[in-house]
Design a protein around this ligand. Structure first.
Ligand SMILES: [Fe+2]
Ligand SMILES: [Fe+2]
Length: 374
């Protein structure tokens, strides 16, 4: 009897680990057919950075060896694509199905809509990633709560972040984690070239070293956003991180509006950076501009995006001197703790130098550190 593995994903872009996981799961579960379900969540674009059609066609190329079916059910439904609604339709269509989910989904299975119904519809296979412990225990607790038939796939895939791949593609870096056909198609269709004009401009405004730093901040910010599930819009994170130091090496005021007391100080470039991001790159989103505006000083009561850019800027991979590697580890393990550690370190360093500490930094320290110590 034929058995079908159902695998949903944004495929934005599909990478080698998606393919490896499906291959292992089909073998372990004795499935002989693979159905891919690209996600589609209008109105925010349609669920990905790339269009639905591009994601669909890249998935077809990545999984070419499987002779798989790509099911457009999510696009056809036009939204409201909860698993408890979509899976029964797929079961009706394909018969004996097994639904493949990632190990990270186990941790928040409780927050799915109607988890008890999802667990009843069909067997669920779980693919864990290297470095994630506790998936087996998570499965046990789901089963005891909701019943259902869960199987942990033995193959543990490499921990690849699709959003980090996306960022690296947009930065025009070599990406070896994509199937060669996918990479070829991306080049031929000129996908992920959206930020090329900005990157060209930024290279004119920055030394090679500063440009490398900007790229490192983009990658760290995108990684922290996805690792800690901060749910910040990918393009906002990318834009703020890429442009955060756009004015660092072009300090001319050009009549732009910056605080008087920042002129001639190292913090000028954050205020000027926000104004020049607006003027020279056409950025209008206030939340992005503010993330640039406070990336050096920090301030009291920051938004998640502001904290993210501030932290990523301090712990980017190009900073190899002590104690940055230690702060980086803290931020990778716990976002809030990382942010606080960076703020405390920066403030203490400024204080030990004995110079003037910019008022916004004092406010931030008072708000986040002294408040916590009280
Ligand atoms: Fe900066
Ligand atoms: Fe920076």
């Amino acid at each position: 009897m034929s058995r079908t593995l159902v695998f949903g994903g944004a495929f934005d872009p599909p990478h080698c680990e998606h393919v490896a996981i499906c291959k292992a799961a089909m073998k372990e579960l004795g499935a002989d057919r693979l159905v891919l379900v690209p996600t589609c969540n209008p109105p925010h674009k349609d669920g990905g950075f790339l269009s639905y059609d591009d994601r669909r066609s890249l998935a077809g190329i990545a999984f070419a060896e499987f002779d798989c079916v790509i099911d457009d059910i999510e696009r056809e439904r036009g939204g409201d694509n909860c698993s408890y609604k979509v899976l029964p339709i797929l079961k009706e269509k394909y018969g004996d199905i097994v639904y493949l989910i990632g190990g990270d989904s186990v941790a928040h299975f409780d927050s799915w809509k109607k988890p008890e119904e999802v667990a009843r519809i069909c067997p669920i296979a779980v693919a864990a990633r290297e470095g994630y412990s506790g998936v087996a225990d998570g499965i046990k607790s789901i089963e005891s709560k909701y019943g259902g038939d869960f199987t942990l796939i033995k193959y543990a895939g490499r921990d690849i972040s699709s959003s980090l791949l996306k960022a690296r593609l947009l930065l025009k870096e070599e990406v070896s984690e994509l199937p060669s056909g996918v990479m070829r198609e991306i080049r031929e269709k000129h996908l992920f070239e959206d930020f090329m004009p900005w990157i060209g401009k930024l290279k004119d405004y920055q030394s090679a070293e500063l440009f490398e730093h900007s790229k490192a901040v983009v990658k760290r910010a995108v990684q922290l956003n996805s690792k800690h599930n901060l749910r910040q819009d990918f393009e906002s994170v990318f834009t703020a991180a890429l442009l955060h130091d756009n004015a660092k090496q072009r300090p001319s005021l050009d009549g732009l509006d910056v605080p008087e007391d920042s002129i001639g100080t190292p913090v000028l470039h954050q205020f000027l950076g926000a104004e020049k991001a607006k003027r020279d790159f056409g950025v209008t989103d206030v939340s992005i501009l503010d993330a640039i505006r406070y990336h050096t000083t920090a301030k009291a009561d920051m938004s998640t995006l502001e904290k993210l850019i501030y932290t990523a800027d301090s712990v980017s991979d190009d900073r190899t001197y002590e104690p940055i590697p230690r702060l980086r580890e803290i931020a990778i393990n716990d976002f809030e703790e990382g942010f606080l550690a960076v703020l405390a370190y920066t403030y203490d360093k400024l204080e030990s130098k004995g110079g003037r500490i910019y008022p916004l930094t004092r406010d931030a320290y008072e708000f986040y550190i002294n408040k916590v110590r009280e």
